[in-house]
Design a protein around this ligand. Structure first.
Ligand SMILES: *[C@@H]1O[C@H](CO)[C@@H](O)[C@H](O)[C@H]1NC(C)=O
Ligand SMILES: *[C@@H]1O[C@H](CO)[C@@H](O)[C@H](O)[C@H]1NC(C)=O
Ligand SMILES: *[C@@H]1O[C@H](CO)[C@@H](O)[C@H](O)[C@H]1NC(C)=O
Ligand SMILES: *[C@@H]1O[C@H](CO)[C@@H](O)[C@H](O)[C@H]1NC(C)=O
Ligand SMILES: *[C@@H]1O[C@H](CO)[C@@H](O)[C@H](O)[C@H]1NC(C)=O
Ligand SMILES: *[C@@H]1O[C@H](CO)[C@@H](O)[C@H](O)[C@H]1NC(C)=O
Length: 511
């Protein structure tokens, strides 16, 4: 692990300059300077200085138990590039000093785990792996935070999750309520005791490399198989694996995040996402205070998401590759969530890009369809209108487990895989989404068809069906997590590989 530590004291004096660099980037994607502004801290991933973190969740979005010698599964890499040479400037001494990286998070910070105290740690969290991870995220955030308008921001978040669940261990609540052991666990993979472990997380700190030392490159990588023998250099072919490598040419273009995810026999259900999470409050699926990149929370119907996606390897037929995955939270009565897991409901919507993904919403079996579809012109069509309802546009809809007036027939969402009940609406490429810039036919944007997307996620997400109790005021749809990535569902030894760059969220400029 090559830790590039700050060694010159005058670097800190220059950190004010960096702050300016970040702020001046804010309006860069808005040629008119008026209509839209970026909601993320680093619009389009264009700043040489980087803020990125990684988190790992078990089946119900907690830690449960830390992996041996790995500390709490939260880590970050945040650095500023100090350019000694100003463009057009004349400084004879400077020309001999290459740009330097000042890392804000040390290896020691990243290895913090239960039993180890740090500034600001609540004593109740010291020996509780779930609470400790949540507080470690805040601590790492404090080291990475960049002051900005209207809010400071911290980092992009790489999220890892394993779908393994030991139902006999009774670690996950059911729709937010504690439940005892049960089994056999037919709906969940588990190889036995300890199957819900956290992954190994290794880190290659970013440094300048390449023939001219102008390429910034670093990574997080690891495996869930604790006996994988994964060292820094080798990967056993039958073991699970993930890596996220970020790379950028100094002063040019976007960061390119290169992602690899491989499932194994013991870990056949794995997820890897790159998230723009809220910088405070809750983020999608996480019921603790969070840190992230979205300094403004995008709200339907007025926001767009722009990014370049290159899918290199799909991850097999059960890889639910999410062109766009959004997470929000509101109660069934439309009120915003407040952390009460018995009444908060996480709401997710995803476009699944993998052309192998079928539609399970059928005219003769509508239980996995949303009750109605809304066309861009506002026309609503009930799922029983077989001649007009676009069944093929939906993979599935599942209802919140605690919805008291859910239209029947319906299928409740998995009650265990979130700390609170959840509702999920998954869509597929189809002409009805064309109006919003989404793919209209299967295969668009898939392997061999890299694309820069500008999706009208705001309008699309406003039009989607989500449950609320009858007669309640419609919830404000605020998307605290906007992510990209894949979920390989119960399929061992599959490999997905893709890159993400140019990521931005655009919201109307209210000034
Ligand atoms: C810029 O402003 C003009 C006039 O208001 C408008 O027609 C145009 O669409 C805007 N372009 C962008 C990229 O915002
Ligand atoms: C930099 O110095 C060189 C040589 O002294 C001079 O020719 C050049 O004009 C200077 N450039 C600027 C931008 O001051
Ligand atoms: C390195 O710098 C040389 C000279 O400026 C240039 O010709 C070459 O293309 C550069 N190589 C890379 C990989 O950037
Ligand atoms: C991490 O660094 C090691 C040593 O340089 C290298 O062999 C390995 O490929 C790197 N891993 C990733 C995922 O970048
Ligand atoms: C990986 O699994 C395959 C199929 O079970 C087996 O043939 C192969 O020997 C295994 N490789 C290793 C390195 O264990
Ligand atoms: C709205 O759009 C749908 C689907 O394109 C179409 O069938 C319907 O006639 C339109 N309704 C109106 C009022 O334009």
């Amino acid at each position: 692990m090559a830790q590039q530590e700050m060694s010159f004291s005058w670097f800190s004096l220059l950190s004010l300059l960096l702050f300016k660099v970040f702020v001046s980037g804010v309006f860069s994607l808005n040629p008119n300077g008026s209509e839209y502004i970026s909601a993320v801290g680093d619009p389009g991933m264009r700043s040489d200085s980087l803020r990125v973190a990684i988190e790992a969740w078990n089946q119900c979005n907690e830690v449960g138990e830390e992996a041996p010698k790995m500390g709490s599964p939260r880590a970050a890499e945040c650095f500023d590039v100090l350019n000694s040479q100003k463009p057009g400037g004349n400084c004879s001494a400077c020309t001999r000093v290459p740009p330097s990286l000042v890392h804000r998070v040390t290896e020691e910070d990243n290895l913090l785990g239960i039993g180890k105290s740090f500034d600001g740690l609540d004593k109740r969290a010291l020996f509780n792996p779930d609470l400790y991870a949540a507080e470690k995220e805040l601590y790492l955030g404090s080291k990475c935070q960049v002051d900005d308008k209207p809010n400071p921001w911290q980092f992009w978040m790489i999220m890892l999750k394993s779908g393994n669940m030991d139902t006999y261990a009774a670690k996950c609540p059911k729709n937010g309520h504690k439940v005892g052991p049960f089994g056999p666990p037919s709906q969940f993979p588990c190889f036995g005791k300890g199957c819900m472990n956290q992954p190994l997380i290794y880190h290659n700190y970013t440094y300048l490399q390449g023939p001219n030392e102008t390429t910034l490159k670093g990574s997080f990588y690891g495996s869930w198989d604790l006996d994988s023998g994964l060292s820094q250099t080798s990967v056993n072919e039958n073991m699970s694996y993930y890596s996220v490598t970020w790379q950028k040419e100094l002063g040019q273009g976007s960061w390119i995040f290169h992602n690899v995810l491989k499932t194994s026999t013991k870990y056949p259900w794995l997820m890897l996402y790159l998230r723009s999470d809220a910088t405070s409050g809750f983020s999608g699926g996480y019921h603790y205070e969070t840190r992230g990149m979205s300094k403004i929370i995008p709200e339907s119907p007025n926001f767009k998401v722009r990014f370049t996606l290159n899918v290199i390897n799909g991850g097999g037929p059960n890889s639910q590759f999410y062109l766009m995955d959004m997470g929000s939270c509101w109660k069934n009565n439309g009120q915003p969530c407040n952390g009460d897991v018995t009444t908060d409901v996480t709401r997710y919507s995803e476009m699944i890009l993998n052309p192998a993904t079928p539609s399970w919403c059928k005219p003769d079996n509508p239980k996995l369809c949303p009750p109605y579809h809304t066309f861009p012109n506002g026309t609503r069509v009930h799922r029983s209108e077989t001649s007009r309802f676009p069944y093929e546009a939906y993979h599935l809809y599942c209802a919140p487990g605690d919805g008291e007036h859910v239209e029947q027939p319906s299928v409740p969402c998995d009650p265990y895989s979130n700390p609170q009940p959840q509702e999920i609406l998954q869509i597929l490429p189809h002409p009805v989404w064309g109006e919003y810039g989404y793919p209209t036919t299967k295969g668009q944007g898939w392997i061999g068809d890299p694309k820069t997307w500008e999706l009208d996620v705001g309008r699309l997400s406003q039009s989607l069906y989500f449950y609320q109790d009858p007669g309640t005021v419609p919830a404000k749809r605020k998307w605290s997590s906007i992510d990209l990535g894949t979920e390989i569902y119960r399929d061992a030894n599959q490999v997905a590989e893709w890159t993400v760059s140019d990521f931005d969220i655009l919201v109307p400029n209210k000034n």
